[in-house]
Design a protein. Structure first.
Length: 124
């Protein structure tokens, strides 16, 4: 989809047409709050996190050992998607909810050891 060239409206541009009423500046601010995310969306610059309620983490894990991960306040985790473990084959994964609201993630991969892993945490 082709997106137009207007990405933001500036009051200075409108002032070229004459004196602006007092309501124009708050209106422009509100309108720009709509235009900017829509243009970004239509320009194919969306990330996975823009499309889904999720948190993407990248941290060091040890194969077969649980690691605690924080969860955004007021959100509930309903699943995880392990994406990468430093080019190792992930053979199993699980998460458990902790009393403090965080989760514990266990990833296991062939060869064992440590790896920096990327995990998508799906949120409600």
């Amino acid at each position: 989809m082709k997106v137009g060239t207007i990405k933001k409206i500036l009051k200075e541009d409108l002032a070229k047409f004459g004196k602006l009423e007092a309501w124009v500046e708050p209106f422009i601010s509100t309108l720009n709050g709509f235009i900017e995310p829509v243009v970004r969306t239509l320009s194919n610059n969306l990330t996975f996190a823009d499309n889904f309620a999720c948190k993407v983490i990248e941290q060091k894990f040890t194969s077969g050992t649980a690691a605690e991960v924080s969860v955004p306040a007021g959100r509930r985790v309903y699943g995880i998607l392990p994406v990468e473990a430093l080019n190792k084959e992930i053979t199993s994964y699980k998460f458990t909810r902790k009393v403090n609201g965080n989760i514990s993630i266990t990833l296991t991969w062939t060869g064992g050891g440590d790896a920096v892993c990327r995990v998508v945490i799906l949120l409600e």
